[in-house]
Design a protein around this ligand. Structure first.
Ligand SMILES: [Zn+2]
Length: 268
């Protein structure tokens, strides 16, 4: 069975990871722009990173038969200086024209600060103006519930945004229900020691259903597991979920959301 990992930071992973993912059935990934583990010192640093995402990483993935797509933005962690953030944002339209870029992401909040929220709202306005899909990062731990509400309210205040074209990622037990109730898509991030484990993600599917929800590994430069999606498929199978149900969560749902961009094509 094939799967899609719709949120993973492959610039931080090795070619061995690509090979293991391909062997486990991965056929496509999408890679949001995010913090690289260090703050970049200039907008030019982001320009280089966006070129890496849009020009080099798709070729690396192709060696293993995996389609690579990406999302462009300045992440909330580096958006605390609005002047700097706006310089980076000027680069976004050029990269949205690239053939493998699906939209704006992963935007959102990190510490729920006023500056982060202002830059978040400007990204949302840009997505509305350019009719782009949006991928959203929600804060960690104690900031998550408050940050998720702030994010949903900010989006709701922009009448041009259809929540069905917005994926809110890193949902957990205390945020998933309201994200789905308000018409957004929800992403569960599978981490070895924070966010969701394969077991918790399967519990959430059993409690809240399988509509408008996906799973991803968000594998990056820190402690993370690029095989977290196939491991969750194994957990679901162990509990007796049908192959159709497992395919819906790990292939059909991401395929449906991402296909709202005409650029998301798995063949050819
Ligand atoms: Zn991420």
């Amino acid at each position: 069975m094939t799967y899609i990992d719709p949120h993973i930071h492959m610039v931080s992973r090795t070619t061995d990871d690509y090979q293991r993912m391909a062997l486990a059935g991965c056929v496509a990934i999408t890679e949001p722009a995010f913090w690289a583990g260090f703050d970049r010192s200039s907008p030019q640093g982001f320009h280089d990173y966006f070129r890496q995402l849009t020009e080099y990483e798709p070729n690396r993935a192709a060696q293993y038969g995996i389609k690579h797509f990406s999302w462009i933005c300045i992440n909330p962690k580096e958006a605390e200086d609005p002047g700097f953030a706006r310089e980076v944002m000027k680069l976004i339209p050029e990269f949205l024209d690239k053939p493998n870029v699906l939209g704006i992401g992963e935007i959102g909040l990190n510490k729920n600060s006023k500056n982060e929220l202002a830059i978040f709202e400007e990204h949302v306005a840009l997505a509305a103006e350019l009719d782009q899909l949006i991928l959203i990062h929600t804060p960690h731990l104690e900031d998550k519930l408050k940050g998720t509400k702030l994010i949903m309210d900010a989006i709701a205040s922009n009448p041009k945004i259809d929540p069905g074209r917005v994926l809110i990622d890193h949902v957990e037990e205390h945020t998933v229900e309201q994200v789905l109730d308000r018409g957004f898509w929800a992403g569960m991030t599978l981490y070895p020691d924070s966010k969701c484990t394969p077991q918790r993600a399967t519990d959430i599917i059993e409690c809240y259903g399988n509509e408008r929800i996906w799973i991803n590994s968000a594998g990056d430069w820190g402690h993370s597991d690029p095989l977290a999606v196939p491991k969750t498929r194994m957990e679901m199978a162990r509990r007796g979920h049908t192959p159709q149900m497992i395919a819906k969560i790990s292939f059909d749902n991401p395929h449906t959301f991402l296909s709202q961009s005409a650029k998301f094509k798995l063949d050819g």
